[in-house]
Design a protein around this ligand. Structure first.
Ligand SMILES: Nc1nc2c(c(=O)[nH]1)N[C@H]1C(S)=C(S)[C@@H](COP(=O)(O)O)O[C@H]1N2
Ligand SMILES: [Mo]
Length: 441
C-alpha cells in the first residue's frame, strides 16, 4: 500500500496541508505497510490493536462476489483508474498528430500493459480490417528481388513465427530536457518508452521467400498504410541477423490498433519511428531512400551546424521511476528506489544509483530477466533521513557504453537538439518529501 502513496499521478497531487494531514493522521498505517513490505521498521502495535480496517469484516467477506465472465475481456481494477496514458497539452497541436505518454511511475517489472503502451501517431490511428490488409514485398528493380509478392494476414500467420521481448523508444523521448524546462513527471520526461513481447515473422524469411539478392540489396524501405506516408530506410545488415520482425502479436494477443494493428515492423534497438505501423510495403533497394521522416524529422543538429541523419540506435539510458517527479515520500526511513534501464546495443550490464547527485555511486540490483534490447528493471535500498537528496541512475551496457551526464552529452551534441537524449536524469527529494525534476551542472 505504500506504493499507493508514492505512485500518484500529477493530477492527484496533494498540497502541503494535505500531506501534513496524511502524515499525522495515517502515520501508523504507513509505518505498518513499510514493515510488512520491507521488514525494516517495527510493527505499529497501536494500529494492529485498534484499526477498524482490520477489526471489522468488510462486505466482500460476507456476501457473494461478481459472477464468472461478467467481463469477457478483463479490465483493471476501479482503484487503478488514475494510471493512464496522458497527452501533454503543450505538445499537442493536432490530436491526430500527437503523443500519449506511458505512466512509467506506476508500472512494475519490464512489460508495458498493452493498454498503457505509449502512442505516437503522425496522422491518427486506424482499426484496419485484417481481412483486407495486405503486405507487398518488392524490389526497387527486378534484379534485386526475383519474386515480388503480396501477402494476406492469413498467409503471414501461417509462416513460422518467433516471439521476442523488446523496448521501443521514440527518438524524441526526453526531448524537452535539452532545453532544461523541468517537465514535472517521469511520465512526460521518459514516457515515450514501452516494452512488449512481440510475435511475428522475421523479415529475412519473407525476403528469402521472395528471392532477394542479399549481395546487392543493402537497404529496405518500410511503408505504412496510414496517411502519414510513414516510410523509413532500414539497413539490410539489421534484417540479415533475423532480429527485424514483421509482427502481428503484442503481449500474447494481436497488436492494439494504436500500435499498428494488424501488422507492424519491429526493429529492435532502433528508434520508434522505424517501427512502421500498419505496415503495407517493404521495398528492397541498394541505397538509402532519404524519405521525409529521415531528412526533416528525427535528425540531430550538431555543434558544427551539420545535421546528423539516419541516427538509429537508441543509446544506453536509464531513469529512476520511483521516487520520481511529482511523487511525495510521506515518511522517513526505508524506501525502495526503482527504475528502468535499456540499450539499443544489447543487454544492460550494470546500473549504478547515486543519492547525492553523482558524487557516490552504488550498484543497483537487476531484477531480471536481463534481455537484449529490452527494458531491465533495477532497484536499490534507500533509508531517508529527511534531508535533501539527489537521485540519479547511470546504466552501462554490454558493449561498455556508459550513460553520459548532461555536461558530457552537451559537449558532443551542443544543446539545440530535440532527439536522442540519453543523459542521466536527476530527481531532487526535498525536505518536505516532494520530488521534483532538476538538472545538476
Ligand atoms: N504508419 C505509422 N507508423 C509509425 C508512426 C506513424 O505515425 N504511422 N509513428 C512512428 C513513431 S514516430 C513512433 S515513436 C512509433 C510509436 O509506436 P507506438 O505508437 O506503437 O508507441 O511508431 C512509428 N511508426
Ligand atoms: Mo517517434
Amino acid at each position: 500500500m505504500l506504493s499507493r502513496f508514492l505512485r500518484r499521478a500529477p493530477e492527484n497531487f496533494l498540497n502541503r496541508d494535505q500531506i501534513q494531514a496524511v502524515r499525522s493522521g495515517r502515520r501508523g498505517f504507513l509505518a505498518g505497510a513499510v514493515a510488512a513490505a520491507a521488514g525494516a521498521l517495527a510493527t505499529d502495535r497501536a494500529r494492529a490493536q485498534g484499526d477498524p480496517d482490520i477489526l471489522n469484516l468488510p462486505a466482500h467477506s460476507k456476501g457473494l462476489g461478481q459472477p464468472v465472465a461478467a467481463r469477457g475481456y478483463g479490465v483493471p481494477s476501479e482503484w487503478e483508474k488514475n494510471l493512464q496514458r496522458r497527452e501533454s497539452p503543450g505538445l499537442t497541436r493536432v490530436p491526430q498528430s500527437s503523443v500519449s505518454f506511458a505512466p512509467l511511475q506506476g508500472l512494475f517489472g519490464i512489460i508495458t500493459p498493452s493498454g498503457l503502451h505509449f502512442e505516437r501517431h503522425h496522422q491518427g490511428w486506424w482499426d484496419i480490417d485484417p481481412s483486407k490488409h495486405r503486405l507487398m514485398v518488392n524490389g526497387s528493380d527486378d534484379s534485386l528481388l526475383k519474386r515480388p509478392m503480396v501477402f494476406s494476414m492469413d498467409e503471414l500467420m501461417r509462416l513460422p513465427s518467433v516471439s521476442r521481448m523488446h523496448f521501443i523508444e521514440c527518438g524524441a523521448n526526453t526531448g524537452m530536457e535539452w532545453g532544461n524546462v523541468a517537465v514535472p513527471t517521469v511520465q512526460y520526461t521518459h514516457g515515450m518508452l514501452s516494452c512488449s513481447e512481440f510475435t511475428g515473422v522475421p523479415l529475412r524469411t519473407l525476403l528469402e521467400l521472395c528471392g532477394a539478392d542479399f549481395k546487392r540489396a543493402a537497404f529496405v524501405l518500410a511503408e505504412g498504410a496510414d496517411g502519414s506516408g510513414m516510410t523509413r530506410t532500414i539497413p539490410m545488415n539489421m534484417v540479415m541477423d533475423g532480429q527485424v520482425l514483421v509482427a502481428y502479436g503484442q503481449n500474447g494477443e494481436m497488436l492494439r490498433p494504436e500500435n499498428g494493428y494488424p501488422l507492424r515492423l519491429v526493429v529492435p534497438g532502433v528508434q520508434g519511428v522505424s517501427w512502421v505501423k500498419y505496415l503495407r510495403r517493404i521495398e528492397v533497394g541498394d541505397m538509402p531512400y532519404g524519405t521525409k521522416d529521415e531528412t526533416i524529422h528525427y535528425v540531430d543538429l550538431m555543434p558544427n551546424g551539420l545535421h546528423r541523419q539516419y541516427t538509429s540506435i537508441q543509446e544506453v539510458k536509464s531513469v529512476i521511476t520511483s521516487p520520481s517527479g511529482g511523487q511525495v515520500l510521506l515518511e522517513k526511513g526505508f524506501h525502495t528506489v526503482t527504475g528502468l534501464a535499456w540499450s539499443g546495443r544489447g543487454k544492460i550490464r550494470r546500473v549504478d544509483v547515486s543519492i547525492d547527485g553523482g558524487r557516490n555511486w552504488k550498484a543497483a540490483r537487476l531484477e531480471g530477466p536481463v534481455l537484449s534490447k529490452c527494458l531491465t528493471r533495477f532497484n536499490t535500498d534507500f533509508v531517508w533521513d529527511g534531508k535533501l537528496a539527489f537521485f540519479q541512475s547511470r546504466a552501462v551496457d554490454e558493449t561498455g557504453q556508459i550513460q553520459p551526464t548532461y555536461a558530457e552529452l552537451r559537449k558532443v551534441r551542443a544543446s539545440r537538439s530535440i532527439y536522442h537524449n540519453n543523459a542521466i536524469q536527476s530527481w531532487a527529494l526535498m525536505e518536505n518529501g516532494e520530488v521534483g525534476n532538476v538538472q545538476l551542472v
